[in-house]
Design a protein around this ligand. Structure first.
Ligand code: GLA
Length: 386
């Protein structure tokens, strides 16, 4: 992790004169089910061993102070102020969570907080969701608020909508809250029912390649995709009133409505409908131990995200293209919202080192950029740091 826990704890004691409580909230990967969450569909994420660490204690007054150890920045405010988004980006995740808890009628007092994170920012590993969930859990514990983990995930999601302006789905906060060591979780984003699948990739390892780019159209394009999906639903509804979201639609429904749908909206809708089916297929393949099939399906997802949903970018496409030319690679795809960040890949264990070397060197040759490589382990969701 970026800073040693004991060091931050000591600094906290030096600054605030009291020992902090420490909480940890993980980032996430997603095996399959991309851009399906806000369409009431299925996702298959897992919490990882990279996390945000929150150090907190009551201040004994209405004043609160937030300190970002990694950025060496701080922000002070009164818990009784009416909160609105501020210029310092990271502060908004905190203000958003406080605002949501207060809106839900929970009473908060002043606190002092420090945090540090080893989740790379802008890599599609959900560092912001981890911040929201880690901070929310810290407040819930510190002030004895009765909020369940699923509720916390929703609070994090609303904080992101209102204070960061990204109309995200529930997947990232859900994974950070509900992840379980050694398991992926299939979530039905409509009913919020979920099921843990023990994860065993057999002869293969999961490897993430970070393109090390984040194009700044990511947030605006994300919200545009959401609107396009809603537009698709509105038209499909005219043909079948039972369709409330793309989750309810089939490819037949879409074919039926084709002449009434804008070409772009058609492709967006097609991708989402197909992706929901792929989540089911991957779950079956995982249970059957058919890991090569999982890899194949991930490649289909990449293709859909790149061509139909158009949230990939040349760097992510290149990472997949290079990996496909390597022996031992059985599948992969861009992961998360898109326009940069990581690809998630399945690579035969014995060939992992060779594939990493080839991908990193070819990527550098073509783009001049150093790709980063993460070999994450699957861990538990948010909680007190042990
Ligand atoms: C981001 C959002 C998630 C999800 C993914 C795409 O990570 O925060 O809610 O929509 O993009 O699957």
């Amino acid at each position: 992790m970026s800073r040693n826990i004991a060091d931050v704890k000591n600094t906290f004691i030096e600054i605030f004169g009291i020992e902090p409580e420490v909480f940890r909230a993980p980032g996430r990967i997603n095996i399959i089910g991309e851009h399906t969450d806000y369409n009431d569909g299925f996702v298959l994420p897992a919490a990882i061993d990279l996390a945000v660490y929150v150090f907190i204690q009551k201040s004994g007054s209405d004043r609160s102070k937030l300190i970002s150890v990694d950025l060496d920045e701080s922000y002070s405010f009164s818990i009784d102020e009416s909160l609105t988004p501020v210029g310092q980006g990271w502060v908004n995740y905190f203000l958003g969570v406080i605002d949501q808890l207060q809106q839900a009628g929970h009473e908060l007092e002043g606190f002092n907080l420090m945090f540090t994170s080893d989740i790379p920012i802008g890599s599609g590993l959900s560092s912001s969701a981890a911040l929201e969930c880690g901070f929310g859990e810290a407040l819930i514990d510190l002030f004895g608020i009765g909020v369940e983990k699923m509720e916390l995930a929703k609070i994090g999601q609303s904080a992101e909508h209102k204070f960061a302006g990204v109309k995200c789905g529930i997947m990232d906060q859900f994974a950070s809250c509900m992840g379980r060591d050694g398991h992926v979780v299939k979530l039905d984003c409509k009913s919020l029912e979920y099921e843990y699948y023990p994860v065993d990739f057999k002869a293969y390892d999961l490897v993430l390649f970070d393109s090390n780019v984040k194009h700044n159209l990511a947030d605006s394009q994300y919200n545009i995709r959401r609107n396009q999906c809603e537009e698709g639903v509105q038209i499909l509804q005219q043909f079948n009133a039972a369709i409330k979201s793309l989750r309810d639609a089939t490819l037949e429904d879409l074919a039926h409505a084709k002449s009434s749908i804008d070409e772009v909206v058609f492709r967006r809708s097609k991708y989402v409908i197909e992706e929901n089916t792929r989540v089911e297929e991957v779950c079956e393949a995982l249970l059957a131990g058919e890991i090569e099939k999982v890899g194949q399906i991930m490649l289909e997802t990449h293709n859909g995200l790149s061509k139909d949903y158009e949230v990939s970018c040349s760097e992510l496409d290149l990472l997949i293209e290079i990996a496909m030319s390597c022996d031992g690679f059985i599948g992969g795809r861009m992961m998360g919202g898109g326009f940069g960040g990581c690809t998630i890949n399945l690579i035969r264990k014995e060939q992992v080192d060779d594939v990493i070397e080839q991908v990193v060197s070819s990527y550098k040759k073509s783009t001049g950029i150093d790709a980063k490589v993460y070999r994450v382990a699957i861990g538990d969701g948010v909680g007190r740091h042990k």
